[in-house]
Design a protein around this ligand. Structure first.
Ligand SMILES: NC(=O)c1ccc[n+]([C@@H]2O[C@H](COP(=O)([O-])OP(=O)(O)OC[C@H]3O[C@@H](n4cnc5c(N)ncnc54)[C@H](O)[C@@H]3O)[C@@H](O)[C@H]2O)c1
Length: 363
């Protein structure tokens, strides 16, 4: 990585900043890398490729001008960060996590350890130089969501600890407590973002994400499996809208110490989503309803509605998504064709290390 003078004003794109992204080879991280490189910044990614596609850094590098400002270090956060000097960075985006409904239910130890221990390492790293840090959290933190739309200060309600699904929500909630504690005790400029369902090109369905599963089935002419009565509803926001918000949140000093919902607030039921995928892609696939008891392994609990209240993020940065869901579906379908073989290989490798289970969700 090229040595630059420190640039502590990360709210402007005029001067190049030196950005560290953990999990930067993943779905959201690769889009964020691309955006920051296109704005002239230097990006260092730390990623162990546990769920990030190996082809993602290649896609990010696709423009020659990005290449010299982009570095990917392969490895786990807690192995790599002790070898890096925090003084060589201006800010940090912490996106690395154990992600996806299937992974979380099948591998709770991995989920809890990754999400809590790795976040602790990253926060200590940022605190050593008081680097502004954005910590990725999730709408799952709301748990069973006693109120809709969900507001950042709402109470959270989780299921019993015997339902391993809730370990993801609890581990991300601990990350939030930890980041907020660093902000209060050490004045660390930390901002927490609760992503709601983020969708778009490069997302993979193998770990339980609903839209890539539907798109792949529709393209293959297979049935789209909708669980329960299909009336459970979600809000889907394109990843390219989502990543535009992240530098605005991290670059605004007034956002430090804050928790922000990020997503779209238009609701769509999972049945309607399946219908939209079929009609948008002109597919002949049928929609098949699968009762929850058949679709989910023991230890899974689905939510009826998940919708963000976006008042806070609109007030802070004027966030307004622009990309319609049909456009996202088309772009995801076009890109899925290119990487079909790679995803199949990755999942086969993963399956050899995991107990088989049939767990899917409405994420
Ligand atoms: N996509 C969504 O809808 C969504 C919703 C809520 C929250 N989030 C959060 O956003 C963040 C990014 O998610 P994503 O959708 O891009 O998922 P992703 O799986 O594509 O990205 C996560 C990346 O982290 C990497 N990683 C995992 N453990 C690591 C470790 N110990 N060290 C280094 N790298 C590691 C993975 O290889 C992957 O590239 C996560 O923190 C996730 O919890 C995403």
């Amino acid at each position: 990585m090229q040595d630059l003078e420190p640039n502590r004003d990360i709210s402007v794109d005029a001067d190049p900043q030196r950005v560290l992204i953990t999990g930067g080879a993943g779905f959201i991280g690769s889009h964020l890398s691309e955006l920051l490189l296109d704005r002239g910044h230097h990006v260092t990614v730390v990623d162990n490729f546990s769920t990030g596609l190996r082809s993602n850094p290649g896609r990010v590098r696709s423009v020659a001008a990005r290449h010299p400002r982009y570095q990917v270090i392969e490895g786990g956060v807690s192995e790599v960060l002790p070898t890096l000097d925090p003084a060589r960075f201006d800010c940090v985006y912490h996106l690395a996590a154990a992600v996806g409904v299937r992974l979380v239910v099948e591998k709770p130890i991995h989920t809890i350890e990754t999400n809590i221990e790795e976040t602790s390492v990253v926060l200590r790293f940022a605190a050593a130089r008081s680097l502004p840090i954005l910590v990725a959290s999730t709408s799952e933190v709301y748990g069973k969501g006693v109120r809709v739309p969900m507001r950042e200060d709402d109470d959270v309600v989780y299921g019993a600890t015997s339902y391993s699904r809730w370990c993801y929500a609890c581990s991300k909630a601990i990350d939030e407590y930890l980041a907020l504690a660093y902000h209060r005790e050490s004045a660390l400029p930390a901002v927490i973002v609760r992503f709601f369902n983020t969708v778009g090109p490069r997302q993979i369905g193998e770990y339980g994400m609903v839209l890539p599963r539907f798109v792949r089935a529709a393209m293959a002419g297979e049935d789209l499996e909708v669980h329960g009565d299909g009336r459970q509803s979600r809000c889907f926001c394109d990843v390219r809208d989502v990543v535009r918000a992240l530098p605005m949140l991290l670059g605004n000093p007034a956002c430090a110490g804050g928790v922000f919902n990020l997503g779209r607030d238009e609701i769509i039921s999972i049945r309607e989503l399946a219908e939209l995928v079929v009609s948008t892609l002109g597919s002949r696939s049928r929609i098949r309803m699968v009762p929850y008891e058949k679709a989910f392994a023991a230890g899974f609990d689905d939510l009826a509605v998940r919708q963000p209240d976006l008042t806070r993020i609109r007030g802070a940065i004027g966030f307004a998504p622009t990309i319609p869901l049909v456009q996202t579906i088309r772009d995801l379908a076009a890109e899925l064709v290119e990487r079909e073989g790679e995803v199949a290989d990755m999942v086969a490798h993963e399956a050899s290390n995991a107990a088989p289970a049939s767990v899917r969700g409405s994420r």
